[in-house]
Ligand binder design. Structure first.
Ligand code: CP
Length: 314
């Protein structure tokens, strides 16, 4: 049976079995990425549009590398160089692109819901590469892959997510993804950086006391302070934020001996993480997460474009 999804827009539509299929497939793509010729003909003849209407380093570059390593043709599109600045609507833009008979649109947008709208307009495969404060499902999958590889299993893991929960689309996908895999999840943030209803995300616990919970965590997932989305300072100073919520060298003795550190990037060094912890030789998974981005995005493209039955929708 083929993979039972046409799109990747909302991680909550994916089962534990679907997610394990993606992680196992990503693992098989590792050997392609570690040989001299890093390319297979799997998606030869398919055309993927990367529509990035918001800045990105990791997501955009890793999707493009994943597409090229699978031999797909790619069209990089978006930003100030398109006719949207002349007033063209999203619908007309998408219909124009689809006239080229493209097969998949990977989309990042500052507005929540744009990937779903594109799926409705276009009829082609759509992958959400981050929409507003809503979701970032391939980020959650690469995080799961990195944790799975480091820990060997999700059984009994307690994951703490620390920082700017309220503005985080990473959280919008990661919390449900961790719960689907059976992890215990704690959100850790000052009240001003929590959403109005943190319970809606589905975490097991919410606290503002990092030092109290740090000794219980197997994975410490630090979030970036998204200053570009603030409408007023939610803490007195970055220095105070760092003192209360930064993962610093001084806090390392509070961590379990084998606890690992994740961060989706980009990092505000000296704010949520100091360089000692960000570059920690045994604890930091941050560059493993970046590499996992290629593996997981190759797996998602392969499974959606190669595995979906025509007309399947989820
Ligand atoms: N983690 C993440 O989405 O990074 P970019 O914004 O650089 O893509």
């Amino acid at each position: 049976m083929g993979f039972p999804h046409k799109h990747l827009i909302d991680i909550r539509e994916y089962s534990r079995e679907d997610i394990m299929t993606i992680l196992e497939t990503a693992k098989t793509f590792k050997q392609i990425n570690e040989r001299r010729i890093k390319k297979v003909p799997t998606l030869k003849g398919f055309t993927v549009v990367n529509m990035f209407n918001e800045p990105s380093t990791r997501t955009r570059s890793s999707f493009e590398i994943a597409e090229k390593r699978l031999s797909a043709d790619t069209l990089n599109f978006g930003g100030s160089g398109t006719s949207t600045v002349k007033g063209e609507s999203l619908t007309d833009t998408v219909k124009t692109l689809c006239s080229y008979k493209v097969d998949c649109i990977v989309v990042r947008d500052k507005h929540a819901g744009v990937p779903r709208k594109i799926a409705d307009i276009s009829g082609v495969h759509v992958i959400d590469a981050g929409d507003g404060k809503h979701q970032h499902p391939t980020q959650a999958l690469l995080d799961l892959y990195s944790i799975w590889e480091a820990k060997g299993s999700f059984d009994g893991l307690h994951v703490g997510i620390v920082g700017d929960i309220g503005h985080s689309r990473v959280c919008g996908s990661l919390v449900p993804a961790l719960k689907i895999m059976g992890c215990e999840v704690t959100l850790i943030a000052p009240q001003t950086l929590l959403p109005a209803r943190p319970d809606v995300l589905g975490a097991d616990h919410v606290t503002s006391d990092l030092d109290a919970v740090l000794p219980q965590l197997d994975v410490v997932y630090m979030l970036r302070i998204q200053r570009e989305r603030f409408e007023g300072a939610p803490y007195p100073s970055l220095r105070e934020y760092n003192m209360l919520y930064g993962l610093t060298r001084e806090r390392e003795p509070l961590m379990k001996p084998y606890a690992v550190i994740c961060h989706p990037g980009p990092i505000n060094r000296g704010v949520e993480l100091d360089s000692y912890m960000a570059d920690h030789p045994t604890r930091s998974l941050i560059l493993d997460q970046v590499y996992a981005g290629v593996l997981v995005r190759m797996a998602v493209l392969y499974l959606l474009l190669g595995g979906a039955d025509d007309g399947a929708d989820a």
